[in-house]
Write a protein that binds this ligand. Structure first.
Ligand code: GLN
Length: 232
């Protein structure tokens, strides 16, 4: 339902990733092209980035297209590692900043595109909000990102209707899962973009197959199938 994006590479401005491309998250907030659930993403937005190893977030519960302050500052903020999202709240979920990705444990930034039945999740006291994505994020943080593939496969098995696309980064690793939502990858000379949908018409965008884990590091990109039959 949401649209999200992760970047690992050389330093780029937040506007170059989030606002400037012809089909950027800004445009996806009102006219997504590949969104299967929801028509637009007007329930908030968040941009997280690493600054000398520290995750920093700018989030809002209002539409990205109306945020002239972010538009003014984004061309002046640079980072080598970014996680950003525009949100279409699932019915019944609160519309508030604390329900808006990216979530953080102080080391990782994490966004969830999808939905999950909260009954199959523990209720971690560290969850920022009662929103399913916030509880899912706290669950993933609690188990550790090294267990992401197993955690997603286990939750996916517990809730067959779940959609569990994750983008997460810690400054040196960019991870993503595909589980019933779209994800595309663009390998640029200066870095790698993982995004719910292409932000332009570059022929190098490649669709990531469903039920996979993508890991991007300085060493390269690896793709691993998620096995729904195995837990962590
Ligand atoms: N279920 C989450 C929420 O309500 C994420 C929705 C989405 O992917 N758009 O925010």
């Amino acid at each position: 339902m949401c649209r999200h994006l992760g970047w690992l590479g050389t330093e780029v401005t937040l506007s170059a990733l989030v606002l400037e491309p012809p089909r950027s998250l800004l445009v996806q907030s009102y006219a997504p092209r590949r969104q299967k659930h929801g028509l637009m993403n007007a329930d908030g937005w968040g941009v997280g980035f690493f600054d000398a190893g520290v995750p920093r977030r700018w989030r809002s519960a209002s539409p990205l297209w109306g945020d002239t302050s972010f538009a003014s500052v984004a061309p002046a903020v640079r980072s080598h590692c970014v996680v950003a999202a525009v949100r279409s709240a699932t019915v019944g979920m609160p519309i508030e900043i604390s329900a808006t990705a990216p979530f953080t444990d102080g080391e990782w930034l994490l966004s969830h595109n999808g939905v999950v039945d909260r009954a199959v999740l523990p209720l971690p006291s560290s969850a920022e909000s009662v929103c399913d994505s916030a509880i899912l994020a706290a669950t993933i943080f609690g188990r550790g990102l090294d267990e992401l593939a197993g955690t997603i496969a286990e939750i996916g098995a517990a809730d067959p209707l779940a959609r569990l696309n994750i983008v997460a980064a810690n400054g040196s690793r960019l991870l993503a899962t595909t589980w019933n939502e779209t994800l595309s990858m663009l390998r640029r000379p200066d870095g790698v973009v993982l995004a719910s949908e292409p932000y332009d018409d570059d022929a190098d965008w490649a669709d990531v197959p469903d039920r996979h884990l993508v890991e991007v590091t300085a060493e390269g990109v690896t793709l691993t199938a998620l096995d729904a039959t195995k837990g962590p």
